[in-house]
Design a protein around this ligand. Structure first.
Ligand code: 3Y8
Ligand code: NAP
Length: 249
């Protein structure tokens, strides 16, 4: 009997959850517990880490899971690596749902960097008004260049002081719109954007707005994961579970 662990936390994981619920697939949705009030899902939901590979493996056996679908964010590399290791340890099948990386188009001015530290190095020496669209967890790296004026967009209000002396905070949970991001970039006179290459539609509005306003972008490339089975469409996930993909929801 199929019973799925759906590792979530992305817009695509929410779409997959709706499909599982619509088709009556026995599944558990999993959040890390990074935000104060994550969006409710139409599946039984668990929140919090598993306790590394061992904790995840034990949970999979105790919960009689038969399949794992990793629909976490491309930068949730720790979770994805643990899922690959736990699949090998338990022999359970794993499928990673991957959304395509964003690619620069006509009118884009992107500088690709390998990671957060390289993004800090790529910031210019003269003061800029930088939109740091990378969330909360990696802000401290930018304290190395405190002379910039930073605009931060966070899901929840920050606890305590931020490590940046000149930072304005916007509290908002995506998905975002081009109109909304155009307004944000214009009113804050942003002249440089730092973003992760998250892919998907939920966070690309700022890139469309940057193109319209001809604002340069520092694009952080994704971490590389060990090999695993990949799904690019919900239908691929249904095929992985051996379920008909005909029900469009
Ligand atoms: C907790 C679940 C849905 C999911 C929505 C997507 C789209 C909106 C865009 C910007 C970029 C950023 C950030 C972002 C986006 C979606 C998606 C996406 C980027 C929620 C959510 C959780 C998280 C965790 C959070 C991180 C942070 C990253 C903000 C819910 C809203 C910057 C990633 O405060 C913190 O600790 C936040 C941590 C990981 C990156 C970071 O390092 O700070 N996402 N985001 C998930 C969990 O607990 O398991 O609260 O409802 C989900 C979404 N965030 O169902 O519609 O799918 O990508 N999330 C990035 O892309 O760079 C914002 O502002 O332009
Ligand atoms: P991460 O660094 O890859 O994972 C660190 C640890 O957090 C994992 O080892 C695991 O703890 C726990 N964890 C992560 N995702 C989990 C999940 N879905 N369910 C249960 N535990 C989870 O993770 P992250 O980058 O902080 O991402 C956390 C969550 O936010 C994920 O759901 C991800 O999809 C979502 N998200 C992240 C980003 C981003 O930019 N990183 C963007 C949008 C959404 P244990 O080792 O204890 O099991």
């Amino acid at each position: 009997m199929t019973r799925v662990l759906l590792l979530g936390g992305t817009a695509e994981a929410s779409v997959i959850a709706r499909r599982f619920a619509a088709q009556g697939i026995d599944a558990v949705y999993s959040y890390a517990g990074r935000t104060g009030a994550p969006v409710a899902q139409p599946l039984p939901t668990r929140v919090g880490g598993f306790g590394g590979v061992e904790g995840l493996s034990a949970w999979l056996v105790a919960e009689r899971i038969t399949h794992m679908v990793d629909a976490t964010h491309p930068f949730a590399a720790g979770m994805s690596r643990n899922a690959i290791a736990a699949a090998a340890a338990t022999g359970l099948p794993l499928c990673g749902y991957e959304r395509a990386a964003w690619e620069a188009g006509e009118g884009d001015d992107w500088t690709h960097v390998a990671d957060i530290e390289a993004a800090v190095d790529a910031l210019p020496e003269e003061p800029c008004r930088v939109f740091l669209a990378i969330g909360r967890q990696t802000i401290s790296a930018f304290a190395a260049k405190p002379w910039h004026q930073y605009l931060l967009r966070l899901v929840d209000p920050p606890e305590g002081r931020l490590p940046l002396p000149d930072a304005e905070i916007v509290v908002a949970r995506g998905p975002f719109t081009e109109a909304g991001d155009l307004k944000l970039l214009k009113t804050r006179r942003v002249n440089l954007i730092v973003t992760k290459n998250s892919g998907g539609d939920g966070a690309r509005a700022k890139l469309d707005a940057a193109r319209a306003l001809r604002i340069p972008v520092i694009m952080i490339d994704r971490p590389v994961l060990p090999p695993r089975r990949i799904a690019r469409e919900v239908a691929d996930v249904m095929a992985f579970l051996g379920h008909p993909a005909d029900l469009g929801v």
